[in-house]
Design a binder for this molecule. Structure first.
Ligand SMILES: [Zn+2]
Length: 206
């Protein structure tokens, strides 16, 4: 059996996942644990589809097993960013983790922005397309997570401050767009730009 999907369809699906995930977070307001599970699962699924779209757009630079590893990393990064709430609270209790009085450090959008800029000198010094690709998937997952959070709290641009919360549909549009922008940035920083085409994923199963 052959399954074909293209990155635009996966992107539309990712937008739908955001809407559904936010709805589930909304209807589970009375239960902290259910709300946290819905929110984190949405982050993870957004990271899953966002990672696939970015890898498709990079024109299959990575081998099959590496593509799977990249998607797994994207899911893990998307999900585990919220662990910093527990680290800052110095507690594994959810009630303490969500009542900390400041944005925890993994929610500083300065981190993925600096990493994105670092791709430029790293490419000059090390010239490793593989490292650039891994960094791009890593920062893409970071930015999608921060963008989802930004609709409630804005972007934390430590040490400069915090932006206003993003309007809801701007956040949805950004989450859908970030994998394409990440590919474009990767292309500009490593290849000096080039032709842009939507890619098609082909998964072969027995
Ligand atoms: Zn978060």
């Amino acid at each position: 059996m052959q399954l074909y999907s293209n990155s635009l369809a996966l992107t539309a699906l990712n937008g739908g996942i955001c809407l559904l995930g936010d709805y589930l977070v909304d209807v589970n307001q009375e239960s902290q644990i259910r709300k946290a599970i819905c929110d984190n699962a949405t982050h993870a699924i957004v990271g899953f589809f966002g990672g696939i779209v970015l890898i498709l757009e990079t024109n299959h630079r990575a081998a099959g097993i590496e593509q799977i590893a990249l998607v797994v990393m994207s899911v893990l990064v998307s999900s585990f960013i919220d662990i910093d709430h527990f680290l800052v609270a110095k507690s594994m209790q959810l009630s303490r983790a969500i009542s900390i009085d400041r944005r925890p450090f993994l929610h500083f959008t300065t981190i993925p922005l600096v990493l994105m800029i670092l791709i430029i000198p790293l490419h000059q010094w090390i010239h490793s397309p593989r490292l650039n690709l891994w960094l791009s998937v890593f920062t893409c997952a970071f930015l999608c997570h921060h963008t989802r959070d930004a609709t409630r709290r804005g972007f934390t641009l430590w040490p400069f401050g915090t932006t206003k919360p993003l309007p809801y549909f701007v956040y949805i549009a950004l989450v859908m767009t970030i994998p394409f922008l990440s590919d474009k940035w990767l292309n500009i920083t490593t290849n000096g730009g080039g032709q842009y085409r939507y890619r098609t994923l082909e998964v072969l199963t027995v």
